[in-house]
Design a protein around this ligand. Structure first.
Ligand code: NAP
Length: 481
Protein backbone atom coordinates (compact mmCIF):
# COMPACT_ATOMS: atom_id res chain seq x y z
CA UNK A 1 0.00 0.00 0.00
CA UNK A 2 1.30 3.44 -0.84
CA UNK A 3 -0.02 6.20 1.38
CA UNK A 4 -0.68 9.47 -0.33
CA UNK A 5 0.64 12.43 1.60
CA UNK A 6 -0.62 15.70 0.21
CA UNK A 7 1.32 18.72 1.46
CA UNK A 8 -0.81 21.41 3.01
CA UNK A 9 -0.59 25.12 2.23
CA UNK A 10 2.10 27.19 3.95
CA UNK A 11 0.93 28.12 7.45
CA UNK A 12 1.71 29.91 10.68
CA UNK A 13 0.50 27.75 13.55
CA UNK A 14 0.59 29.35 17.00
CA UNK A 15 0.40 26.90 19.90
CA UNK A 16 -0.75 28.64 23.07
CA UNK A 17 0.32 26.39 25.95
CA UNK A 18 3.43 25.32 24.02
CA UNK A 19 5.22 24.20 27.18
CA UNK A 20 2.28 22.16 28.52
CA UNK A 21 1.62 18.45 28.72
CA UNK A 22 -0.62 18.14 25.65
CA UNK A 23 1.80 20.09 23.45
CA UNK A 24 4.72 17.91 24.61
CA UNK A 25 2.97 14.56 24.34
CA UNK A 26 0.72 14.95 21.32
CA UNK A 27 0.82 18.18 19.34
CA UNK A 28 4.56 18.63 18.77
CA UNK A 29 5.42 14.94 18.22
CA UNK A 30 2.47 14.81 15.80
CA UNK A 31 3.70 17.85 13.89
CA UNK A 32 7.16 16.32 13.72
CA UNK A 33 5.71 13.16 12.16
CA UNK A 34 3.82 15.25 9.58
CA UNK A 35 7.06 17.06 8.85
CA UNK A 36 8.93 13.76 8.34
CA UNK A 37 6.15 12.56 6.02
CA UNK A 38 6.70 15.60 3.81
CA UNK A 39 3.34 17.13 4.57
CA UNK A 40 4.70 20.41 5.86
CA UNK A 41 5.72 22.93 3.22
CA UNK A 42 9.04 24.71 3.58
CA UNK A 43 7.34 28.00 4.47
CA UNK A 44 5.40 26.51 7.42
CA UNK A 45 6.20 27.99 10.82
CA UNK A 46 5.19 26.80 14.29
CA UNK A 47 5.19 29.46 16.97
CA UNK A 48 5.12 28.33 20.58
CA UNK A 49 3.53 30.68 23.09
CA UNK A 50 3.30 30.50 26.88
CA UNK A 51 4.08 32.76 29.84
CA UNK A 52 7.53 31.30 30.61
CA UNK A 53 10.32 33.66 29.64
CA UNK A 54 12.69 31.82 27.31
CA UNK A 55 14.07 32.19 23.81
CA UNK A 56 13.36 30.04 20.76
CA UNK A 57 16.53 27.97 21.28
CA UNK A 58 15.43 26.95 24.79
CA UNK A 59 11.98 25.93 23.54
CA UNK A 60 13.50 24.02 20.63
CA UNK A 61 15.58 22.05 23.15
CA UNK A 62 12.37 21.21 25.07
CA UNK A 63 10.67 20.12 21.85
CA UNK A 64 13.61 17.85 20.95
CA UNK A 65 13.40 16.27 24.40
CA UNK A 66 9.62 15.77 23.96
CA UNK A 67 10.05 14.18 20.54
CA UNK A 68 12.82 11.91 21.83
CA UNK A 69 10.43 10.82 24.60
CA UNK A 70 7.26 10.36 22.60
CA UNK A 71 8.38 9.38 19.09
CA UNK A 72 9.99 5.91 18.80
CA UNK A 73 13.71 5.96 17.95
CA UNK A 74 13.09 4.22 14.61
CA UNK A 75 10.86 7.08 13.52
CA UNK A 76 13.22 9.98 14.16
CA UNK A 77 16.72 11.10 13.31
CA UNK A 78 18.95 14.01 14.16
CA UNK A 79 18.87 15.55 10.68
CA UNK A 80 15.09 15.76 10.45
CA UNK A 81 14.85 16.87 14.08
CA UNK A 82 17.17 19.80 13.40
CA UNK A 83 15.30 20.67 10.21
CA UNK A 84 12.00 20.54 12.10
CA UNK A 85 13.37 22.75 14.87
CA UNK A 86 14.35 25.35 12.30
CA UNK A 87 10.59 25.86 11.81
CA UNK A 88 10.00 26.57 15.50
CA UNK A 89 9.98 29.97 17.17
CA UNK A 90 8.91 30.93 20.68
CA UNK A 91 7.20 34.05 22.00
CA UNK A 92 6.50 34.66 25.70
CA UNK A 93 2.86 35.71 25.86
CA UNK A 94 0.48 36.21 28.76
CA UNK A 95 -3.05 35.25 27.80
CA UNK A 96 -4.43 37.49 30.51
CA UNK A 97 -2.09 40.44 30.15
CA UNK A 98 -0.42 42.70 27.60
CA UNK A 99 2.94 40.97 27.50
CA UNK A 100 4.13 39.43 24.24
CA UNK A 101 1.21 40.23 21.97
CA UNK A 102 3.01 42.83 19.88
CA UNK A 103 5.90 40.34 19.35
CA UNK A 104 3.44 37.70 18.26
CA UNK A 105 1.72 40.09 15.86
CA UNK A 106 5.10 40.94 14.30
CA UNK A 107 5.79 37.27 13.59
CA UNK A 108 2.56 36.52 11.73
CA UNK A 109 2.81 36.68 7.95
CA UNK A 110 0.04 37.92 5.69
CA UNK A 111 0.28 35.26 3.00
CA UNK A 112 0.02 32.13 5.19
CA UNK A 113 -2.86 30.12 6.57
CA UNK A 114 -3.25 31.27 10.18
CA UNK A 115 -4.13 28.81 12.93
CA UNK A 116 -4.13 29.32 16.70
CA UNK A 117 -4.22 26.22 18.91
CA UNK A 118 -5.67 26.97 22.38
CA UNK A 119 -3.85 24.25 24.35
CA UNK A 120 -4.33 26.04 27.66
CA UNK A 121 -6.83 25.80 30.51
CA UNK A 122 -10.40 26.45 29.26
CA UNK A 123 -10.63 29.46 31.59
CA UNK A 124 -8.16 31.18 29.21
CA UNK A 125 -10.01 30.47 25.94
CA UNK A 126 -12.03 33.70 26.14
CA UNK A 127 -9.00 35.84 27.03
CA UNK A 128 -7.05 34.43 24.07
CA UNK A 129 -9.90 35.04 21.63
CA UNK A 130 -10.29 38.60 22.88
CA UNK A 131 -6.60 39.43 22.62
CA UNK A 132 -6.16 37.92 19.18
CA UNK A 133 -8.87 40.31 18.12
CA UNK A 134 -7.78 43.30 20.20
CA UNK A 135 -4.16 43.16 18.99
CA UNK A 136 -5.39 42.71 15.44
CA UNK A 137 -3.50 39.45 15.03
CA UNK A 138 -6.13 37.04 13.69
CA UNK A 139 -7.37 37.63 10.18
CA UNK A 140 -10.99 37.04 9.07
CA UNK A 141 -9.99 33.61 7.77
CA UNK A 142 -7.84 32.60 10.76
CA UNK A 143 -8.72 29.33 12.53
CA UNK A 144 -8.79 28.65 16.24
CA UNK A 145 -8.53 25.17 17.72
CA UNK A 146 -10.26 24.78 21.05
CA UNK A 147 -9.41 21.91 23.39
CA UNK A 148 -11.76 20.00 25.63
CA UNK A 149 -13.51 20.34 28.02
CA UNK A 150 -15.88 22.66 26.19
CA UNK A 151 -17.89 23.86 29.19
CA UNK A 152 -19.07 21.74 32.10
CA UNK A 153 -22.80 22.11 31.42
CA UNK A 154 -25.15 23.78 28.95
CA UNK A 155 -24.87 27.19 30.58
CA UNK A 156 -21.06 27.33 30.55
CA UNK A 157 -20.88 25.87 27.03
CA UNK A 158 -23.32 28.54 25.79
CA UNK A 159 -21.28 31.26 27.49
CA UNK A 160 -18.06 29.96 25.91
CA UNK A 161 -19.69 29.72 22.49
CA UNK A 162 -20.89 33.31 22.88
CA UNK A 163 -17.41 34.53 23.92
CA UNK A 164 -15.77 32.88 20.93
CA UNK A 165 -18.55 34.00 18.60
CA UNK A 166 -17.89 37.63 19.61
CA UNK A 167 -14.56 37.42 17.79
CA UNK A 168 -14.70 34.43 15.45
CA UNK A 169 -17.24 33.08 13.01
CA UNK A 170 -18.36 29.47 13.51
CA UNK A 171 -16.48 28.51 10.33
CA UNK A 172 -13.25 29.58 12.08
CA UNK A 173 -13.78 27.55 15.27
CA UNK A 174 -12.40 23.98 15.49
CA UNK A 175 -13.61 22.27 18.69
CA UNK A 176 -11.42 19.24 18.97
CA UNK A 177 -12.51 15.75 20.03
CA UNK A 178 -9.54 13.56 19.23
CA UNK A 179 -11.75 10.46 18.99
CA UNK A 180 -13.04 11.86 15.71
CA UNK A 181 -9.50 11.90 14.33
CA UNK A 182 -9.02 8.16 14.77
CA UNK A 183 -8.63 6.17 11.59
CA UNK A 184 -11.34 3.68 12.52
CA UNK A 185 -13.88 6.34 13.36
CA UNK A 186 -13.54 7.67 9.84
CA UNK A 187 -13.63 4.13 8.60
CA UNK A 188 -16.98 3.73 10.29
CA UNK A 189 -18.30 6.30 7.83
CA UNK A 190 -16.47 4.62 4.94
CA UNK A 191 -17.92 1.23 5.87
CA UNK A 192 -21.43 2.59 6.27
CA UNK A 193 -21.59 4.90 3.28
CA UNK A 194 -18.99 3.44 0.92
CA UNK A 195 -20.56 -0.04 0.72
CA UNK A 196 -24.02 -1.17 -0.28
CA UNK A 197 -23.66 -4.14 2.05
CA UNK A 198 -24.34 -2.60 5.43
CA UNK A 199 -26.56 0.44 5.08
CA UNK A 200 -29.77 -1.45 4.14
CA UNK A 201 -29.35 -3.48 7.36
CA UNK A 202 -28.40 -0.52 9.54
CA UNK A 203 -31.72 -0.06 11.32
CA UNK A 204 -34.06 -1.44 13.96
CA UNK A 205 -35.39 -4.11 11.64
CA UNK A 206 -32.03 -5.86 11.44
CA UNK A 207 -29.99 -4.55 14.36
CA UNK A 208 -30.79 -6.09 17.73
CA UNK A 209 -28.68 -3.64 19.73
CA UNK A 210 -25.47 -1.62 19.65
CA UNK A 211 -22.73 -1.53 22.28
CA UNK A 212 -20.20 1.28 22.55
CA UNK A 213 -17.37 0.72 25.02
CA UNK A 214 -14.47 2.97 25.94
CA UNK A 215 -12.58 1.18 28.70
CA UNK A 216 -9.32 2.46 30.17
CA UNK A 217 -6.86 0.50 32.28
CA UNK A 218 -5.43 3.64 33.84
CA UNK A 219 -6.98 5.46 36.76
CA UNK A 220 -7.27 9.22 37.04
CA UNK A 221 -3.47 9.56 37.08
CA UNK A 222 -2.18 13.05 37.73
CA UNK A 223 -5.52 14.58 36.73
CA UNK A 224 -7.28 13.63 39.98
CA UNK A 225 -8.34 17.11 41.06
CA UNK A 226 -9.75 17.95 37.63
CA UNK A 227 -11.37 14.55 37.11
CA UNK A 228 -13.14 14.68 40.45
CA UNK A 229 -15.00 17.82 39.39
CA UNK A 230 -15.93 16.14 36.15
CA UNK A 231 -16.50 12.37 36.31
CA UNK A 232 -17.11 9.88 33.52
CA UNK A 233 -20.31 11.55 32.34
CA UNK A 234 -18.71 14.92 31.66
CA UNK A 235 -15.24 13.64 30.77
CA UNK A 236 -16.20 10.81 28.39
CA UNK A 237 -19.92 10.36 27.71
CA UNK A 238 -20.92 13.93 26.84
CA UNK A 239 -18.20 14.20 24.20
CA UNK A 240 -16.37 11.04 23.06
CA UNK A 241 -19.12 8.44 23.47
CA UNK A 242 -21.77 10.83 22.22
CA UNK A 243 -19.73 11.47 19.07
CA UNK A 244 -19.28 7.74 18.46
CA UNK A 245 -23.00 7.21 19.00
CA UNK A 246 -23.83 9.98 16.51
CA UNK A 247 -21.57 8.61 13.79
CA UNK A 248 -23.02 5.12 14.30
CA UNK A 249 -26.66 6.17 14.33
CA UNK A 250 -26.84 9.16 11.97
CA UNK A 251 -28.67 9.19 8.65
CA UNK A 252 -26.48 9.26 5.53
CA UNK A 253 -25.48 12.88 4.93
CA UNK A 254 -26.08 14.12 1.39
CA UNK A 255 -22.38 14.94 1.04
CA UNK A 256 -19.24 14.33 3.05
CA UNK A 257 -18.92 17.95 3.99
CA UNK A 258 -18.71 19.55 7.42
CA UNK A 259 -22.22 20.90 7.79
CA UNK A 260 -23.96 17.98 6.09
CA UNK A 261 -22.25 15.54 8.51
CA UNK A 262 -22.72 17.72 11.57
CA UNK A 263 -26.40 18.37 10.78
CA UNK A 264 -27.01 14.61 10.84
CA UNK A 265 -25.08 14.12 14.08
CA UNK A 266 -27.08 16.89 15.72
CA UNK A 267 -30.34 15.19 14.74
CA UNK A 268 -29.26 12.04 16.60
CA UNK A 269 -28.59 13.96 19.82
CA UNK A 270 -31.91 15.73 19.51
CA UNK A 271 -33.69 12.39 19.02
CA UNK A 272 -32.27 10.85 22.20
CA UNK A 273 -34.91 9.92 24.73
CA UNK A 274 -34.31 11.20 28.25
CA UNK A 275 -32.68 8.46 30.30
CA UNK A 276 -34.30 7.20 33.50
CA UNK A 277 -31.90 6.66 36.46
CA UNK A 278 -32.71 2.92 36.36
CA UNK A 279 -31.09 2.79 32.91
CA UNK A 280 -27.75 4.02 34.24
CA UNK A 281 -25.14 2.31 36.42
CA UNK A 282 -22.60 4.62 38.06
CA UNK A 283 -19.46 3.13 39.56
CA UNK A 284 -16.33 4.18 41.42
CA UNK A 285 -13.24 1.99 41.57
CA UNK A 286 -12.21 0.74 44.97
CA UNK A 287 -9.63 -1.72 46.18
CA UNK A 288 -10.72 -3.92 49.06
CA UNK A 289 -11.48 -1.71 52.03
CA UNK A 290 -9.20 0.96 50.60
CA UNK A 291 -11.28 3.26 48.40
CA UNK A 292 -8.69 3.73 45.68
CA UNK A 293 -10.53 6.38 43.69
CA UNK A 294 -10.94 8.52 46.80
CA UNK A 295 -7.20 8.27 47.44
CA UNK A 296 -6.36 9.07 43.82
CA UNK A 297 -8.46 12.24 43.86
CA UNK A 298 -7.57 13.08 47.48
CA UNK A 299 -11.22 13.57 48.31
CA UNK A 300 -12.49 11.09 50.94
CA UNK A 301 -16.14 12.01 50.39
CA UNK A 302 -16.17 12.14 46.58
CA UNK A 303 -19.34 10.93 44.87
CA UNK A 304 -17.93 11.33 41.39
CA UNK A 305 -18.27 8.34 39.08
CA UNK A 306 -15.30 6.73 37.33
CA UNK A 307 -17.60 4.29 35.48
CA UNK A 308 -20.88 4.55 33.64
CA UNK A 309 -23.01 2.01 31.83
CA UNK A 310 -26.24 3.17 30.29
CA UNK A 311 -29.01 2.19 27.95
CA UNK A 312 -30.21 4.74 25.41
CA UNK A 313 -33.04 4.92 22.94
CA UNK A 314 -33.04 7.03 19.81
CA UNK A 315 -36.60 8.07 19.08
CA UNK A 316 -36.70 8.03 15.29
CA UNK A 317 -37.87 5.69 12.56
CA UNK A 318 -34.50 4.10 11.97
CA UNK A 319 -33.78 3.12 15.56
CA UNK A 320 -37.10 2.82 17.36
CA UNK A 321 -36.85 -0.32 19.53
CA UNK A 322 -33.07 -0.84 19.18
CA UNK A 323 -31.23 -0.02 22.40
CA UNK A 324 -27.75 1.51 22.40
CA UNK A 325 -25.68 0.48 25.42
CA UNK A 326 -22.82 2.78 26.34
CA UNK A 327 -20.08 1.88 28.80
CA UNK A 328 -16.94 3.68 29.90
CA UNK A 329 -14.69 3.45 32.92
CA UNK A 330 -11.27 3.86 34.43
CA UNK A 331 -9.19 1.10 35.99
CA UNK A 332 -10.98 -1.50 33.89
CA UNK A 333 -9.76 -4.96 32.99
CA UNK A 334 -8.15 -3.76 29.75
CA UNK A 335 -7.83 -0.78 27.47
CA UNK A 336 -10.40 -1.24 24.78
CA UNK A 337 -12.59 1.04 22.68
CA UNK A 338 -15.05 -0.37 20.22
CA UNK A 339 -18.42 0.05 18.59
CA UNK A 340 -20.25 -3.24 18.16
CA UNK A 341 -23.34 -3.77 16.03
CA UNK A 342 -25.22 -6.90 17.09
CA UNK A 343 -27.50 -7.92 14.24
CA UNK A 344 -30.66 -9.94 14.75
CA UNK A 345 -30.73 -13.67 14.12
CA UNK A 346 -32.28 -14.80 10.83
CA UNK A 347 -36.08 -14.70 11.19
CA UNK A 348 -36.40 -18.43 10.69
CA UNK A 349 -33.81 -21.18 11.00
CA UNK A 350 -33.95 -23.96 8.44
CA UNK A 351 -31.42 -25.96 10.47
CA UNK A 352 -32.01 -28.29 13.41
CA UNK A 353 -32.56 -26.58 16.73
CA UNK A 354 -29.25 -27.94 18.03
CA UNK A 355 -27.25 -26.91 14.93
CA UNK A 356 -26.00 -23.82 16.69
CA UNK A 357 -25.26 -20.56 14.93
CA UNK A 358 -25.23 -17.04 16.21
CA UNK A 359 -26.34 -13.65 15.02
CA UNK A 360 -23.86 -11.59 12.99
CA UNK A 361 -21.73 -9.13 14.89
CA UNK A 362 -19.81 -6.24 13.34
CA UNK A 363 -17.21 -4.67 15.58
CA UNK A 364 -15.29 -1.54 14.85
CA UNK A 365 -12.21 -1.41 17.08
CA UNK A 366 -10.72 1.97 17.92
CA UNK A 367 -8.04 0.69 20.27
CA UNK A 368 -5.77 -1.00 20.98
CA UNK A 369 -5.61 -2.70 17.56
CA UNK A 370 -7.62 -0.53 15.13
CA UNK A 371 -9.64 -2.64 12.77
CA UNK A 372 -12.99 -4.05 11.75
CA UNK A 373 -14.28 -7.54 12.40
CA UNK A 374 -17.44 -9.17 11.08
CA UNK A 375 -18.54 -12.51 12.51
CA UNK A 376 -20.41 -14.67 10.02
CA UNK A 377 -22.00 -18.09 10.34
CA UNK A 378 -20.60 -21.00 8.34
CA UNK A 379 -20.82 -24.75 8.47
CA UNK A 380 -18.39 -26.39 10.84
CA UNK A 381 -15.91 -28.20 8.59
CA UNK A 382 -15.94 -32.00 8.68
CA UNK A 383 -18.33 -34.88 8.52
CA UNK A 384 -20.36 -33.99 11.61
CA UNK A 385 -23.50 -32.98 9.70
CA UNK A 386 -24.86 -29.46 9.45
CA UNK A 387 -23.41 -27.79 12.51
CA UNK A 388 -23.01 -24.03 12.45
CA UNK A 389 -20.16 -22.00 13.83
CA UNK A 390 -19.33 -18.33 13.60
CA UNK A 391 -15.97 -17.23 12.27
CA UNK A 392 -14.39 -13.81 11.96
CA UNK A 393 -13.91 -11.97 8.72
CA UNK A 394 -11.25 -9.92 10.40
CA UNK A 395 -9.59 -6.89 8.95
CA UNK A 396 -6.92 -5.76 11.29
CA UNK A 397 -5.48 -2.64 9.65
CA UNK A 398 -2.01 -3.69 10.68
CA UNK A 399 -2.41 -7.06 8.90
CA UNK A 400 -4.55 -6.06 5.92
CA UNK A 401 -2.74 -2.89 4.99
CA UNK A 402 0.79 -3.97 5.79
CA UNK A 403 3.46 -2.24 7.85
CA UNK A 404 2.40 1.19 6.63
CA UNK A 405 -0.86 0.77 8.56
CA UNK A 406 1.16 1.16 11.73
CA UNK A 407 2.18 4.54 10.38
CA UNK A 408 -1.31 5.99 10.04
CA UNK A 409 -1.26 9.45 11.56
CA UNK A 410 -2.23 9.80 15.18
CA UNK A 411 -5.61 11.47 15.73
CA UNK A 412 -4.08 14.80 16.75
CA UNK A 413 -1.79 15.12 13.75
CA UNK A 414 -4.58 14.27 11.34
CA UNK A 415 -6.88 16.83 12.96
CA UNK A 416 -4.24 19.58 12.95
CA UNK A 417 -3.71 19.02 9.23
CA UNK A 418 -7.50 19.26 8.76
CA UNK A 419 -7.39 22.64 10.50
CA UNK A 420 -4.73 23.85 8.09
CA UNK A 421 -6.81 22.55 5.17
CA UNK A 422 -9.86 24.33 6.56
CA UNK A 423 -11.91 21.12 6.86
CA UNK A 424 -14.26 21.14 9.88
CA UNK A 425 -15.94 17.76 9.25
CA UNK A 426 -14.22 16.06 12.18
CA UNK A 427 -14.73 18.93 14.62
CA UNK A 428 -17.77 19.60 16.78
CA UNK A 429 -20.04 22.47 15.93
CA UNK A 430 -21.27 24.78 18.70
CA UNK A 431 -24.89 23.61 18.50
CA UNK A 432 -23.80 19.94 18.72
CA UNK A 433 -21.89 20.59 21.92
CA UNK A 434 -24.81 22.50 23.41
CA UNK A 435 -27.29 19.76 22.44
CA UNK A 436 -25.05 17.14 24.08
CA UNK A 437 -24.91 19.16 27.30
CA UNK A 438 -28.65 19.77 27.10
CA UNK A 439 -29.16 16.00 27.14
CA UNK A 440 -26.54 15.33 29.84
CA UNK A 441 -27.44 18.12 32.29
CA UNK A 442 -30.73 16.67 33.64
CA UNK A 443 -29.03 13.33 34.32
CA UNK A 444 -26.24 14.96 36.31
CA UNK A 445 -28.73 17.22 38.11
CA UNK A 446 -30.79 14.17 39.15
CA UNK A 447 -27.66 12.47 40.57
CA UNK A 448 -26.63 15.59 42.43
CA UNK A 449 -30.13 16.01 43.88
CA UNK A 450 -30.16 12.41 45.10
CA UNK A 451 -26.57 12.45 46.35
CA UNK A 452 -26.15 8.67 45.94
CA UNK A 453 -22.72 7.12 46.15
CA UNK A 454 -21.58 5.40 42.94
CA UNK A 455 -21.45 1.60 43.18
CA UNK A 456 -18.03 0.16 44.02
CA UNK A 457 -16.06 -1.95 41.57
CA UNK A 458 -12.67 -3.60 41.80
CA UNK A 459 -9.82 -2.13 39.75
CA UNK A 460 -9.06 -4.49 36.87
CA UNK A 461 -12.69 -5.61 36.61
CA UNK A 462 -15.44 -4.88 34.10
CA UNK A 463 -17.23 -2.47 36.41
CA UNK A 464 -20.00 -3.01 38.96
CA UNK A 465 -21.99 -6.24 38.73
CA UNK A 466 -25.12 -4.13 38.17
CA UNK A 467 -23.83 -3.19 34.70
CA UNK A 468 -23.92 -6.87 33.71
CA UNK A 469 -27.32 -7.28 35.34
CA UNK A 470 -28.67 -4.37 33.31
CA UNK A 471 -27.99 -6.32 30.10
CA UNK A 472 -29.02 -9.69 31.53
CA UNK A 473 -32.44 -8.23 32.25
CA UNK A 474 -32.70 -7.55 28.51
CA UNK A 475 -31.48 -11.05 27.63
CA UNK A 476 -28.12 -9.70 26.41
CA UNK A 477 -24.48 -9.65 27.49
CA UNK A 478 -21.68 -7.14 27.29
CA UNK A 479 -18.83 -7.94 24.95
CA UNK A 480 -15.65 -9.09 26.66
CA UNK A 481 -13.33 -6.28 27.59
P1 NAP B 1 -0.75 22.12 31.17
O1 NAP B 1 0.24 21.02 31.12
O2 NAP B 1 -1.16 22.67 32.49
O3 NAP B 1 -0.17 23.32 30.27
C1 NAP B 1 -0.76 24.59 30.26
C2 NAP B 1 0.00 25.50 29.32
O4 NAP B 1 -0.61 26.78 29.36
C3 NAP B 1 1.46 25.69 29.68
O5 NAP B 1 2.21 25.77 28.49
C4 NAP B 1 1.45 27.04 30.38
O6 NAP B 1 2.73 27.59 30.29
C5 NAP B 1 0.40 27.78 29.57
N1 NAP B 1 -0.22 28.90 30.29
C6 NAP B 1 -0.78 28.89 31.53
N2 NAP B 1 -1.25 30.10 31.83
C7 NAP B 1 -1.00 30.91 30.76
C8 NAP B 1 -1.25 32.27 30.47
N3 NAP B 1 -1.85 33.08 31.34
N4 NAP B 1 -0.85 32.74 29.28
C9 NAP B 1 -0.21 31.95 28.37
N5 NAP B 1 0.03 30.64 28.60
C10 NAP B 1 -0.35 30.13 29.78
O7 NAP B 1 -2.11 21.72 30.42
P2 NAP B 1 -2.31 20.57 29.32
O8 NAP B 1 -2.48 19.26 30.02
O9 NAP B 1 -1.28 20.69 28.28
O10 NAP B 1 -3.76 20.94 28.75
C11 NAP B 1 -3.95 21.98 27.82
C12 NAP B 1 -5.41 21.95 27.34
O11 NAP B 1 -5.63 20.70 26.70
C13 NAP B 1 -6.44 22.03 28.47
O12 NAP B 1 -7.58 22.69 27.98
C14 NAP B 1 -6.79 20.56 28.72
O13 NAP B 1 -8.10 20.43 29.27
C15 NAP B 1 -6.72 20.02 27.31
N6 NAP B 1 -6.48 18.58 27.24
C16 NAP B 1 -5.31 18.06 27.70
C17 NAP B 1 -5.08 16.70 27.61
C18 NAP B 1 -3.78 16.10 28.07
O14 NAP B 1 -3.60 14.89 27.86
N7 NAP B 1 -2.88 16.85 28.67
C19 NAP B 1 -6.05 15.86 27.06
C20 NAP B 1 -7.24 16.42 26.60
C21 NAP B 1 -7.44 17.78 26.68
P3 NAP B 1 3.27 28.76 31.26
O15 NAP B 1 3.01 28.32 32.66
O16 NAP B 1 4.69 28.92 30.88
O17 NAP B 1 2.48 29.95 30.90
Amino acid sequence: MVSRVIPVEPFDLVIFGATGDLARRKILPGLYRRFCDGQMPAEACIIGAARSEQDSAAWQAQVIEAIETFVPAAKRDATSLNAFCARLAYVAVDAQGERGWADLAARMRADRVQAFYFSVAPSLFGALAERLHHFNIARQDARIVVEKPFGRDLETARALNATLAAHFHETQIYRIDHYLGKETVQNLMAVRFGNTLFEPLWNAQYVDHVQITVAEEVGVGGRGAYYDTSGAMRDMVQNHLMQLLCLTAMEPPARFDPDAVRDEKLKVIRALDPVAPAQIVRGQYQAGVQPAYLVDVENPVSRTESFIAMKLHIANWRWSGTPFYLRTGKRMKARKSEIVIHFKKPPHSIFDADAGGRANVLSIRLQPDEGIDLRVTIKEPGPGGMRLIDVPLDMSFAEALGPEAADVPDAYERLIMDVIRGNQTLFMRGDEVEAAWGWTDPIIAAWEAKGDRPLPYAPGSTGPEEAAIMLHRDGRRWREI
